[in-house]
Design a binder for this molecule. Structure first.
Ligand SMILES: [Zn+2]
Length: 211
């Protein structure tokens, strides 16, 4: 329960940093596996970063990578603001160590306009040989209340349109995961219904294009 900081390894798409992080930041950076990731944590205090590793240089460096960020305050979807977009860059070669995007709902009580709740599957095959037994599970439509999910704004990109770096619409965000080389990726459902895995850094924009 303490707010003490621990030295942790935080992975990015092009390397990792070693930084002092709070329990809360550790929770944010945990995407379900054993590793912690920079992207969902966002911008760290540079003084908290003791060193970093650049995949391009294949070297450890003392201190923090350069952190560049902007605050577009751009409405990327109904009730969803892109607060800040930034990247951690190698001070030697300029490669991106990690990227992040920080979103905020304008109205914390309301759902994001485009996000779709996952409906419970009602088409499970029920094989019943006893005709007198009623199936115990009544279909309840209102049961997907995931209010206890502390992922906050990060998980709310699910269901939104994803655009690649050449501004083409790739599909709809399905989930965030990690590929075999431990890079943060977004799994996107394409228009034809198939899933594609896209590196976080290759994504230009998530949301609807506002003309
Ligand atoms: Zn480098």
């Amino acid at each position: 329960m303490s707010s003490e900081l621990r030295l942790k390894k935080l992975r990015g798409s092009g390397g990792f940093v070693m930084a002092q992080v709070s329990d809360d930041q550790q929770r944010k950076g945990n995407l379900g596996g054993p590793d912690l990731f920079l992207a969902p944590i966002g911008r760290l205090d540079q003084e908290k970063i003791s060193k970093y590793y650049c995949n391009t240089c294949e070297k450890d460096y003392e201190g923090s990578p350069k952190i560049e960020y902007e605050s577009p305050n751009e409405e990327v979807a109904q009730n969803l603001i892109l607060l800040e977009r930034g990247q951690y860059m190698c001070t030697t070669c300029g490669s991106t160590i990690a990227e992040y995007r920080e979103f905020q709902k304008q109205n914390q009580q309301a759902d994001v306009g485009l996000a779709k709740p996952i409906s419970p599957s009602s088409d499970q095959p029920v094989i019943s040989t006893e005709s007198t037994v009623q199936p115990k599970t009544q279909p309840e439509i209102q049961t997907f209340s995931s209010q206890s999910d502390p992922q906050g704004s990060f998980s709310s990109i699910v269901g939104m349109s994803v655009y690649s770096s050449d501004a083409k619409r790739v599909g709809v965000a399905k989930q965030v995961g990690v590929n075999s080389s431990h890079q943060v990726v977004l799994i996107v459902t394409k228009n034809d219904g198939s899933d594609e895995t896209i590196e976080w850094g290759k994504i230009k924009k998530i949301g609807e294009i506002i003309l």
